[in-house]
Design a protein around this ligand. Sequence first.
Ligand code: SF4
Length: 370
Amino acid sequence: MKKLGFGCMRLPADGSGRINMEVLNRMVDTFMAKGFTYFDTSYVYHNGNSEKVLKEALVKRYPRDSFTITTKSPVFMIQSQQQFFDIFQEQLDRLGTDHVDYYWLHAVNRHEYATVQKYDLVGALQKLKAEGKTRHIGMSYHDSPELLDQILTEHPELEFVQLQLNYFDWDSPFVASRENYEVCRRHGKPVIVMEPLKGGNLSALPADLTAKMKAVDPDLSVSSWGIRFAASLDNTYMVLSGMSDEAQMNDNLSYMENFEPLNAQEHAVIAEVQKAIRATMPYQPEDFRKAEEVCPKKIGIRRIVQMLNERKAVVNDGKVVNTPVYYDIFLDGYGKAADCDHCGRCAGLVKGTDVPDLLAEADQTLKNWH
Ligand code: SF4
């Protein structure tokens, strides 16, 4: 199977959110004509419309065995196992099919994992699989490598893991693309990559970084580097691209139709780009260690500073990065920025920075960052 999946979370739509079926039909036709077959949707994409329009554009127009569909259970809404099954049936109805090929628990993290355990949702997935209503089971995941290792140890029945993975987040302490990828590999679980372009932020880079890429091959787009970085990993099963128009699709198909993994020279360019992006981050988290140690509110100052770093890193042609950061999860067990009561104990401990002021900025910037 070709390694590019059609992510159906940012479909072509007008300002009011209405999906343009004419364009979508053409995109599905182009995708299928080039030999791509993997479609990824969920219960919540486009406020529930993604599954419905996939029925019109794909399921009604192509033989069921010519494509595969992944959809996801909204674990964050589940309050009983029966509700899980009811929603699954609703999804089949929306899609107009009697089975899906892949069914994931959507956006599992430490909070949702409690729900998974409480209602035995892995057992419920296995039941659907045994009944032939899904061919494969897995989860999409956003949390630490430690928790991922725990979940895959406790539930080896899960066959696939969908991860946020891109060259920006590769060594991020919160997204932890690399470490999570390695946990999956250790457990023998193929990875489906989401956000290979970090929500479009890696589709345009500052001019000097773009020039480095164009020097290797002027015909390859900046986006191609992110998609190919993810697809070049040997344990990557599929790379999802949320294609919103025909131009994006045509670009993606141009290098994924006959996919070539990154070569050594191209890997070196990616490493240079990663380093250059890191150099635009304004803070050194370790400069804040002493402030954190004296803070009576146990505020996770270094973690907050690192999150601000990622928010302020210069990518996307100089615009700010704007994809979800899992603020509450990464500060689990620590005080939040808003807990600062200006007690003054950290005064003077960070040269050139007023910590309470920075925390006030972080509170505004990060808590609504999604
Ligand atoms: S001023 Fe705020 S950040 Fe500094 S020690 Fe006091 S509570 Fe902690």
